[in-house]
Design a binder for this molecule. Structure first.
Ligand SMILES: Nc1ncnc2c1ncn2[C@@H]1O[C@H](COP(=O)(O)OP(=O)(O)OP(=O)(O)O)[C@@H](O)[C@H]1O
Ligand SMILES: [Zn+2]
Length: 569
């Protein structure tokens, strides 16, 4: 039995996530976790909400709530929606947890002891009216590049130029609107990533099997321009992990917190500690190579914008600590999913959001479409036409139709039990051989996290059953040779639990319905197809399930297209 530690990039707290966020991190991570569990391996699947930083504070202000209360509420909202999508986290943590506060402070102290932190004096905007520094988005003004009047301190939404708050013309405080801002000196801690450059470079270079998307982004950060830069790990904010030294104030860092990019990935470890505190489990055997984690395979899932933090920033923290923490073994990264001719956007309310999706259709429809169209080798696009066509064809016409046809036929001719009699011949042998080949290919794609290829192979496995049934035509055979028709039905009915187990990582709810209908508890993987095809013996009773997947009508498609064309209110 292997041991798999699996983490999904942690979704930011300031709103409900869209389908792009889902397919770029949480959903493929869930697919992999479910697959490894189905193969009998031990899995620890971790996700959490990313709760610190300016956008959370601003969203809380907008909602008229204290930021801690806002985050607690939004965490519950995201947790409930994750359940709705059947995301099978072992723990869904919070980066604002006590465990993460301690661990983040521990890493900072450790990095300091290793000589990897330095103090840097910077000039930042200070608002005497608000009594605080105004980092990032706390400040708005006119873009020096294009003249847009509502540019934010970190970026101009109009021309997309990355900005520094001090660049803005006529800057004003987002909190109070005050314009009497002044530049003040402030000190920050910087992580000396540059001194770890060669170590990181050698480590990335050793990962020949990683997706090119992952390694090319990492190499860019290591080598472009002047090469890898040191990076600030503190901020002049109040919401975050206090920058303290072993519980005592850190000289010069009074009232500052760690920068969210620093504490967010540490939450992977801390969330496992949260899990351990809740369940009495042992977190260290997943994370400490000196305490049982040397045989763990650690895989991370994320969208491309998160790759720099996971290939550079977080590994620099881990390596720099000089402690035996588990380092990631494989980083599966994704391009972007776009929405109907543009981008998904949380801030602009553009696209379909996770809560809305579940109001339209059950999770399996979305899981299937998103995974079978995952933006792996390039960006992908969600269109309502494509969604309708794929769901109707793959789920309703192929899988759903197969299950419905054979259960209904058997019920009408033999009753609701696996029928007896007849012999299997060349056609059944050919099907067994084809399924064996295809299941081995499916396993290979799942192990390699080739999500689209795995979906295509699974679809081909469903198609093979349909084609078998079409060719064997038990409804015709029954007229002249009912025993032979019984043999065909027996095989096709035995395919249902096989399909359920193979499909469960993609469509867990439908898989459960299929197993329940076949009154079959055994979820073991069909490694030996011939044996699996005889799992349900003659006489074993079943129940004809309701429609597994209904079709999406043209009217619905049009209505949804219109409803989701604008901006979410
Ligand atoms: N359109 C997209 N397609 C695929 N993955 C995405 C997309 N947008 C974001 N992601 C990924 O979703 C995960 C969660 O992202 P996060 O909650 O930080 O939102 P985000 O990156 O700020 O996106 P947005 O700005 O649209 O809210 C990250 O791994 C991110 O890379
Ligand atoms: Zn601009």
């Amino acid at each position: 039995m292997a041991r798999h530690l699996i983490t999904s990039a942690i979704p930011y707290i300031n709103g409900i996530k869209h389908l792009g966020n889902l397919v770029g991190s949480q959903l493929p991570a869930d697919l992999f976790a479910r697959y490894q569990r189905a193969r009998g391996h031990e899995v620890m699947f971790i996700c959490a909400t990313d709760e610190h930083g300016t956008p959370a504070e601003l969203a809380a202000t907008k909602a008229g709530k204290p930021v801690a209360e806002y985050c607690a509420e939004m965490h519950e909202v995201q947790a409930r929606i994750a359940e709705g999508f059947r995301l099978s986290f072992d723990h869904f943590g919070r980066s604002s947890s006590e465990q993460n506060r301690k661990l983040t402070q521990h890493f900072a102290v450790q990095l300091h002891n290793e000589g990897l932190l330095r103090e840097v004096s910077e000039t930042q905007m200070y608002s005497p009216t608000d009594g605080r520094f105004l980092p990032d988005r706390y400040i708005e003004g006119t873009c020096p590049n294009c003249g847009f009047e509502d540019a934010r301190g970190d970026q101009c939404d109009n021309c997309t130029k990355q900005l520094d708050p001090v660049d803005l013309i006529n800057p004003r405080s987002v909190i109070s609107g005050a314009t009497d801002l002044e530049m003040r000196e402030t000190k920050h801690l910087f992580l000396r990533q540059s001194t770890l450059k060669d170590k990181l470079d050698a480590w990335i270079s050793s990962k020949a099997d990683w997706p090119l998307l992952t390694t090319s982004i990492a190499k860019k950060w290591l080598h472009d321009g002047d090469g890898l830069q040191d990076r600030g790990i503190t901020r002049d904010l109040s919401w975050g992990v206090p920058a303290q030294f072993e519980g005592a104030p850190w000289s010069g860092m009074d009232g500052k917190v760690f920068y969210v990019w620093f504490d967010a990935p540490i939450e992977y470890l801390a969330a496992t500690q949260e899990w351990a505190d809740k369940t009495g489990g042992d977190w260290a055997r997943w994370w400490r190579t000196d305490r049982g984690a040397e045989d763990v395979t650690y895989t991370q899932f994320m969208g491309k914008d998160n790759v720099p933090f996971h290939t550079i920033g977080f590994p620099a923290t881990i390596l720099g600590s000089n402690e035996p923490w588990k380092l990631v073994d494989y980083i599966k990264s994704f391009n972007y999913l776009n929405y109907d001719g543009g981008q998904f956007s949380t801030s602009r309310g553009r696209g379909v959001f996770m809560d809305q999706a579940l109001e339209l259709l059950p999770a399996d429809y979305w899981r299937w479409w998103l995974l079978s169209h995952a933006p792996e080798s390039a960006d992908a696009e969600f269109t309502w036409e494509n969604f309708q066509v794929s769901a109707n064809k793959d789920l309703a016409d192929v899988l759903g139709n197969f299950v419905s046809r054979i259960t209904k036929f058997t019920r009408s001719k033999f009753g609701e039990a696996i029928p007896e009699g007849g012999e299997w011949g060349a056609r059944e042998e050919a099907l067994t051989a084809e399924l064996t080949t295809r299941i081995r290919a499916y396993e290979g794609h799942m192990e390699a996290m080739e999500v689209r290829k795995a979906a295509a192979e699974l679809r081909a496995i469903w198609v093979a059953g349909n084609e078998y049934l079409q060719g064997a035509a038990p409804w015709t055979v029954f007229k002249t040779d009912p025993e032979q028709a019984a043999a065909i039905a027996r095989l096709a009915l035995n395919l249902i639990p096989i399909y359920a187990v193979l499909s469960a990582p993609f469509i867990p709810d439908a898989a459960e319905i299929m197993l329940k209908a076949m009154q079959h508890e055994d979820r073991s993987w069909p490694s030996d197809v011939a044996a699996a095809l005889t799992a349900l013996p003659a006489g074993h009773s079943f129940a004809t399930p309701d429609v597994l997947f209904r079709k999406i009508t043209d009217e619905e498609r049009e209505e949804w297209q219109t409803r989701f064309a604008g901006r979410r209110q």
